[in-house]
Design a protein around this ligand. Structure first.
Ligand SMILES: Cc1cc2nc3c(=O)[nH]c(=O)nc-3n(C[C@H](O)[C@H](O)[C@H](O)COP(=O)(O)OP(=O)(O)OC[C@H]3O[C@@H](n4cnc5c(N)ncnc54)[C@H](O)[C@@H]3O)c2cc1C
Length: 421
């Protein structure tokens, strides 16, 4: 009997410790709602749920049942990767980590009442809200293009059916035809992404349609890893790729999706495939939540990724205006871990660690020809600042390039495990 009584008391004491730890609004468990189950959101939800061991109630709102990573979608275009390899479901987050995964759109945030409204009509209360909704496109960024025309002129900048469409268009392009990319203005998701895509399209065309041409219409003076890409294009795809920058009208561009034409500073070109990557802004729900500014992005506190406009709201990944980090999956994942630690500290008194951020962006230029650029970052009062960077060099030997490519595959497997398992 005595033994039993002690066990009960011990159990009660442990239970009391869990119940007293949150101490938010007198509820049983503090509630965190995460909007967006991508690189930032899935990581944050997983880390908060896993590391709080049930002390925090985590709900993840994400409309898609399968998340297709944008990373490696270029390799899918190039025939190096399958679509299925890029798709990940949310089942393990629910089953293993106890996350309440709600497949719906968040359509409103009431920051005074601390609630999120869903398209299906439900309302979710929160103590802390995490937003990681990725990007949306700026209307009129490329005159003539709209989401209504994305089937004729795909962006393929949100992965899945758009990636499949662009791949089919490239594979079915007429012999000797022209693939045109309208590249985006800064800042945008994945700085080397458009140029890795050019490499992968060139890889396919050089095998199956070697007289085809690639035209890049670019509003930017220069772009990420430019020297590495231009060197790689000259080695692998000589004479195939032409880039028109702003000095030749690359910033004065419009399209006609019905006629399949691109007008560059008034000169009209007929094209066969037209990949329009429009100008970008924070995912619309960040704007609806009132945490974006005139730039279209949502300012974040560098030390913890809180919104600068609301202490109870965190903003991660592409939507955030945070400083020097590029808009990448690696960045979003790195920011999510800092936010998750800050949230657990606030809601359960967990130990707070100083914020450290990192990023690397790998790109494949041709078979086994991988390059990378990256940095580590630290928060200052004003921004997340780059402290130490590295970049691949022109002229590296083939073994090193192959190693870099293999490193990128290791990174892919690591990040998706960090998000979904
Ligand atoms: C071609 C290409 C190649 C890339 N390659 C790389 C790479 O090699 N390495 C790298 O690190 N990064 C790469 N990226 C960038 C990377 O994909 C993004 O930076 C990263 O996914 C950003 O994470 P996020 O959480 O901000 O947004 P996302 O991962 O896009 O997640 C946003 C999620 O929010 C959901 N959502 C949006 N609105 C709502 C709403 N209202 N309610 C509920 N859910 C909502 C969306 O459905 C989506 O699942 C690449 C991008 C592209 C386009």
């Amino acid at each position: 009997m005595e033994f039993k009584r002690r066990t009960v008391l011990g159990g009660m004491a442990a239970g009391a410790a869990i119940l007293s730890a949150p101490a938010v609004l007198g509820q049983t468990r503090p509630r965190v709602v995460v909007i967006g189950g991508g690189s930032g959101g899935a990581t944050a939800a997983r880390y908060i749920a896993r590391d709080s061991q049930g002390a925090i109630d985590v709900t993840l709102v994400e409309p898609s049942r399968v998340y297709y990573t944008c990373y490696f979608s270029n390799l899918y275009l190039g025939g190096f990767w399958e679509l299925a390899d890029m798709g990940h479901s949310y089942g393990t987050l629910a089953a293993r980590h106890g996350i309440n995964v709600v497949h719906d759109w968040a359509v409103g945030v009431d920051r005074d009442a601390q609630t999120v409204t869903l398209a299906g009509g439900d309302t979710l209360p929160y103590d802390r809200l995490v937003l990681s909704p990725g990007i949306d496109f700026r209307e009129d960024s490329v005159p003539g293009w709209s989401v209504a025309a994305q089937n004729r002129m795909p962006h393929a900048y949100k992965a899945g059916s758009q990636s499949e469409l662009l791949k089919a268009q490239v594979e079915n392009m007429r012999e000797g035809g022209t693939y045109c990319m309208v590249a985006p203005p800064n800042p945008y998701r994945c700085p080397p992404g458009p140029y890795e895509r050019i490499s992968m399209v060139a890889h396919v065309l050089s095998q199956h349609n070697p007289t085809a041409k690639i035209l890049i219409v670019d509003p930017k003076e220069n772009f990420s890893k430019q020297g590495l890409f231009e060197d790689g294009w000259a080695r692998h795809y000589p004479g195939m790729i032409e880039r028109v920058g702003p000095d030749f009208g690359g910033d004065i561009v419009s399209v006609d999706p019905d006629a399949m034409t691109v007008s560059i500073d008034g000169v009209v070109e007929n094209v066969d495939v037209c990949n329009v990557i429009p100008g970008q802004k924070a995912g619309r729900i960040a704007e609806l939540a009132g945490i974006t500014d005139d730039s279209g992005w949502a300012p974040a506190v560098p030390a913890n990724m809180k919104s600068r406009m609301d202490d109870n709201v965190y903003i991660l990944g592409d939507s955030a205006a945070q400083g020097d980090m590029p808009k990448s999956g690696f960045s979003a994942n790195s920011q999510a871990k800092v936010a998750a630690n800050s949230i657990r500290h606030e809601l359960t008194d967990a130990r707070l660690f100083p914020a450290r951020y990192a990023n690397t962006c790998w790109s494949l230029i041709g078979t086994d020809d991988g390059v990378k650029v990256g940095a580590s970052y630290e928060p200052t009062d004003e921004k997340i600042a780059s402290v130490e960077g590295f970049i691949s060099q022109v002229g590296e030997d083939a073994d090193l390039r192959q190693q870099t490519y293999e490193e990128s595959i290791g990174w892919y497997n690591g990040i998706v495990a960090d998000m979904f398992t």
